[in-house]
Design a protein around this ligand. Structure first.
Ligand SMILES: NC(=O)C1=CN([C@@H]2O[C@H](COP(=O)(O)OP(=O)(O)OC[C@H]3O[C@@H](n4cnc5c(N)ncnc54)[C@H](OP(=O)(O)O)[C@@H]3O)[C@@H](O)[C@H]2O)C=CC1
Ligand SMILES: Nc1c(N[C@@H]2O[C@H](COP(=O)(O)O)[C@@H](O)[C@H]2O)[nH]c(=O)[nH]c1=O
Length: 535
């Protein structure tokens, strides 16, 4: 008999965080074997579909994790399992309705008695259990979860809450043990690789991307590199940038390429931060990267390097961050602290070698172009790694090959996606597990992302605020970010400014509100007035 339902919203306090100590394995009589295999195949199919649905949000508003929810129920009148899907949804962006709520709304009455498939355990952040309550209120009776949430302060909470509401929750690898789930589980891992790497290594998921000629060069011996790869490949690079929170280049690439590093041409794309790593700070006073209206730019340098030029760039809005010893690991730790999930390294071979040696590169995207450039000193994708024998070479794993117009794209992992599924202690280890130890022993709270412990305070969190408008009537802003961006345009009495405020009010997500606010600010700086009380 399942335990009596716990009132919703009473999420177990962190201190009561408990482990799933006794994985629930049901032993069924043989006659069920056939139907079990069939249902496993269906479960695996819909779970894979949930991972595919989740991938639709990548590139729209990274860095949130990618969540997909598919609600399905067997329809006896058809064998076409696609027709069994009654609702699906994905998290469009931080601060927008969760995948479970969208899927439940689409399913309506058909959700009653149905099964919900989730690529990742919901991350109902501190005190917000919308995902769980949506499934409970929709009448879903079973939930299949691909991965438990990798962040310790969230892992297991939504699953426990669903079970307390009397919903059967089957977690792949715990309650569902079948090789039929191998591919679906792989899709769940891939679609949330950034979150998994970040949780496991405390650095963002880092991808090294380069375009190389058939004779192994990334530029001519003069450093000229436009272009190695074709237009279609560069379009894929814009998509990769749109999935990243930051793009990293080395000082030499800035000096030789004067790059923009924007995710241009990607509709509604996320605008990643651009990071230049330069020990010398021997950088041009004028460069595309210093135009921070395109995208935010950070220069990471050694402490004390060219303070005069630092000041000039700071005047342009470029953020300069000094390190005692500038190295990829420390820069990645800094990016972790800023809440980044995914970083794209578009540097040359010198910095790439340093990043690989520091073991901060997790995946490689190599575009091969069918052209020959030659050049004894032409630069190559990766500089010195100190390897003397070919047997020392680092093998890529889970390698994929794809033709992109005339180019070939090879991608593979340098380090396998971490498996963060909880290690279920054996029965004799249980006494050493103390679920009562509170993980939080501090009075300082920090929050960058909505899934942080106190993420509900982040601008982008899905918490509307209601305030009086210019007529004294109460207006509800979808998120704090909407309110903040609109606030820039209220102190100038101008019809264009009022139109922009309306445009921001209607933005579908806090990320879009931020993009509109920044773009209009760049286009019409005269509409930005001094702050005054927002009506
Ligand atoms: N085809 C492609 O996909 C790409 C091609 N390229 C091409 O590659 C060439 C540039 O390659 P490369 O010269 O290797 O330049 P990099 O982009 O690798 O930059 C090297 C510079 O990075 C800075 N740096 C900061 N920290 C480190 C560190 N820990 N280790 C190493 N360097 C660090 C230094 O800058 P500083 O000297 O300022 O201190 C160093 O000189 C250009 O011709 C460019 O066009 C570049 C990227 C992609
Ligand atoms: N030459 C070359 C690449 N070069 C990389 O792209 C950067 C230029 O980006 P942008 O200024 O935004 O167009 C350049 O500085 C380097 O990092 N990338 C590729 O995919 N294919 C190419 O052939």
């Amino acid at each position: 008999m399942p335990p009596s339902p716990r009132p919703l919203g009473v999420a177990p306090a962190p201190a009561s965080y408990s482990l799933n100590l006794f994985p629930r394995r049901r032993c069924l009589p043989a006659r069920h074997a056939v139907s079990m295999a069939a249902s496993h195949a269906h479960d695996a199919h819909f779970l894979r579909r949930a991972a595919d649905v989740a991938d639709r949000s990548a590139g729209l508003a990274s860095p949130h994790p990618n969540f997909g929810c598919v609600i399905a129920r067997p329809q006896l009148e058809t064998d076409d399992v696609e027709a069994w899907v009654v609702g699906e949804g994905y998290l469009y962006s931080q601060g927008t309705p969760c995948a479970e709520l969208l899927a439940a709304e689409e399913a309506g009455e058909h959700a009653r008695g149905a099964t919900a498939y989730l690529n990742l355990e919901p991350d109902d952040c501190y005190g917000n259990s919308t995902a769980v309550s949506s499934l409970v209120q929709a009448g879903v009776t079973r939930v299949v979860v691909g991965l438990r949430h990798p962040l310790k302060h969230l892992r297991g909470k939504a699953i426990q809450l669903l079970r307390h509401q009397g919903i059967q929750v089957d977690v792949v690898g715990e309650d569902l043990q079948s090789k039929l789930f191998k591919e679906a589980l792989g899709s769940c891992l891939i679609v949330n690789a950034p979150l998994l790497y970040r949780a496991a290594f405390h650095v963002p998921f880092s991808v090294l991307k380069y375009a190389m000629t058939a004779d192994g060069k990334i530029a001519a011996s003069t450093g000229h590199a436009s272009w190695v790869s074709g237009k279609a490949s560069r379009g894929r690079v814009f998509e990769l940038r749109g999935r990243s929170d930051a793009i990293i280049v080395g000082g030499n690439t800035v000096r030789l390429d004067n790059p923009r590093l924007t995710a241009r041409h990607v509709k509604g794309g996320h605008v990643p931060v651009r990071i230049v790593m330069s020990q010398s700070f021997n950088l041009p006073e004028e460069a595309n990267l210093w135009n921070v209206h395109d995208a935010y730019t950070i220069v990471a340098t050694q402490r004390g390097a060219r303070r005069d030029l630092q000041k000039k760039l700071a005047m342009k809005g470029v953020e300069v961050v000094e390190f005692e010893m500038l190295n990829p690991r420390d820069v990645m730790s800094y990016c972790y602290d800023r809440g980044y999930l995914s970083v794209l390294w578009e540097c040359g071979g010198t910095l790439a070698a340093s990043a690989i040696s520091a073991r901060v590169i997790h995946k490689v995207y190599a575009f091969f172009a069918p052209k020959i450039i030659g050049g004894v000193n032409a630069p190559t994708p990766v500089g010195e790694l100190g390897m003397k024998q070919m047997t020392q070479a680092i093998d890529l794993i889970d390698v994929s090959y794809e033709q992109v117009d005339r180019d070939m794209l090879m991608s593979g992992f340098l380090q396998p996606i971490p498996d963060l599924s909880p290690v279920i202690p054996s029965v004799d280890e249980i006494p050493s597990v103390d679920p009562e130890v509170s993980p939080y022993e501090t009075n300082i709270i920090s929050f960058y992302k909505t899934w942080d412990t106190f993420g509900a305070f982040a601008n982008f969190s899905p918490h509307p605020i209601s305030l009086p408008d210019e007529n004294g009537d109460c207006f509800t802003w979808p998120t704090v970010e909407h309110y903040y961006q609109a606030h820039k345009f209220v102190s100038v009495d101008n019809p264009q400014a009022r139109d922009i405020v309306q445009e921001i009010k209607q933005a579908r997500s806090p990320e879009e509100a931020a993009r509109i606010g920044r773009t209009r600010q760049r286009e019409l700086p005269e509409l930005i007035g001094s702050p005054r009380k927002l009506m």
